[in-house]
Design a protein around this ligand. Structure first.
Ligand SMILES: Nc1ncnc2c1ncn2[C@@H]1O[C@H](COP(=O)(O)OP(=O)(O)OP(=O)(O)O)[C@@H](O)[C@H]1O
Ligand code: SF4
Ligand SMILES: [Mg+2]
Length: 323
């Protein structure tokens, strides 16, 4: 597997009126070519800001350090001008709410054709042809009608397909999808995920799929990273993670999923997500962990590859114990 993107020891703080929020606490994650990596974790754990860090789309109160290596260069060292050649082109992004990315005042035709024309430096007719092709690629029936419509005249699923079509217009090598199906009903959710899988097979891009839904991960991803309070605490192939989770937090997450096959009681994780203004020392999960030891309160566990293709950041798993 060839590496496409490598996030290394990424720290992100936000300076706010109330003090500093220590949001990302040394995130490490690799994305290889032609794979779908899921990023899961509870609300506020830092999934979206990780993706915004990749694109360097952070507000001015953000302090970012570490490395994000993409095609051999550290994105954090690139100028805004250089980032513009990557953002939306080599790395594209789709969001939960496509309405936030589409302009309600313009027809789809204007929005798609303008972007394609501008970035590909081609004539309007050619751009229109490309827009039609892309709408067909995302299985939108009657592309003529779609192009003549305003965003509010289309359903949520159709708008998300349009965003995917626009994201693909530059043939990106990485598509970041931040909760792309959360706002959609279950049937449409499945269709959009299947579409992403089909397009990935055809266009050979990688996907970073951000979701809090482990069902979506199981259906869609090749590998998955579990995030807790600004750290990746476990990374593994998707089946391995579901069958053989190591990290106490991952185990808790899996136990908290309702399983229709058994009438087992749900076991919600005890305690609350910590404040990122005053995060716990050592392992940020220790106040909620039933297995916490003294070392957990003092030292941050590093993410180590404990068994093949399965990494974990927990003091219960020491380097060299197994492989
Ligand atoms: N501009 C900002 N200023 C201060 N704090 C911020 C800012 N943006 C995000 N945060 C904080 O960073 C943390 C991570 O936010 P993020 O949006 O990445 O969470 P998430 O994992 O995507 O959650 P969700 O599942 O709800 O989308 C949160 O505690 C959030 O309050
Ligand atoms: S490092 Fe310690 S506190 Fe953290 S998850 Fe492992 S056992 Fe629990
Ligand atoms: Mg988010």
């Amino acid at each position: 597997m060839k590496e496409l993107l490598s996030i290394e020891n990424l720290h992100l703080n936000f300076r706010t009126f109330w003090g500093t929020a220590y949001v990302l606490n040394g995130v490490n994650l690799k994305i290889y070519e032609n794979e779908i990596v899921g990023l899961v974790g509870e609300t506020g754990c830092g999934k979206s800001v990780t993706s915004m860090s990749i694109l360097k789309l952070l507000p001015s109160n953000a302090e970012l350090s570490g490395k994000i290596i993409f095609e051999g260069q550290n994105l954090l060292e690139l100028s805004e001008k250089e980032m513009k050649k990557i953002r939306g082109k080599k790395i594209s992004m789709i969001f939960q709410d496509p309405m936030s990315s589409l302009n309600p005042l313009f027809k789809i035709k204007t929005q798609m054709v303008d972007i394609i024309k501008l970035h590909h430096n081609i004539h309007k007719d050619e751009a229109l042809k490309k827009a039609m092709e892309l709408l067909k690629a995302v299985n939108l029936p009657d592309p003529h009608r779609i192009l003549r419509s305003y965003p509010h005249e289309l359903s949520g699923g159709m708008r998300q397909r349009i965003m995917i079509a626009m994201a693909l217009s530059f043939e990106p090598s990485l598509l970041i999808a931040d909760e792309p199906t959360t706002a959609l009903d279950v049937t449409i959710q499945k269709q959009i995920l299947d579409l992403i899988l089909d397009l990935k097979k055809e266009y050979h891009f990688s996907v970073l799929l951000i979701t809090h839904d482990l069902g979506v991960v199981a259906q869609t991803c090749d590998r998955v990273g579990v995030m807790y309070a600004g750290n990746i605490v476990e990374v593994a192939d998707v089946n391995e993670l579901f069958e053989n989770p190591y990290h106490p937090y991952t185990k808790g997450l899996l136990l908290a999923i309702p399983d229709p096959r058994y009438k087992k009681p749900l076991k919600p994780l005890r305690g609350n997500v910590p404040s990122l203004f005053k995060p716990p020392h050592g392992c940020r999960f220790h106040p909620r962990c039933e297995l916490a030891m003294d070392i957990c309160r003092r030292e941050k566990p590093q993410l180590i590859e404990y068994s093949k293709n399965h990494a974990v950041a927990c003091h219960l798993f020491r380097r060299g114990d197994k492989k």
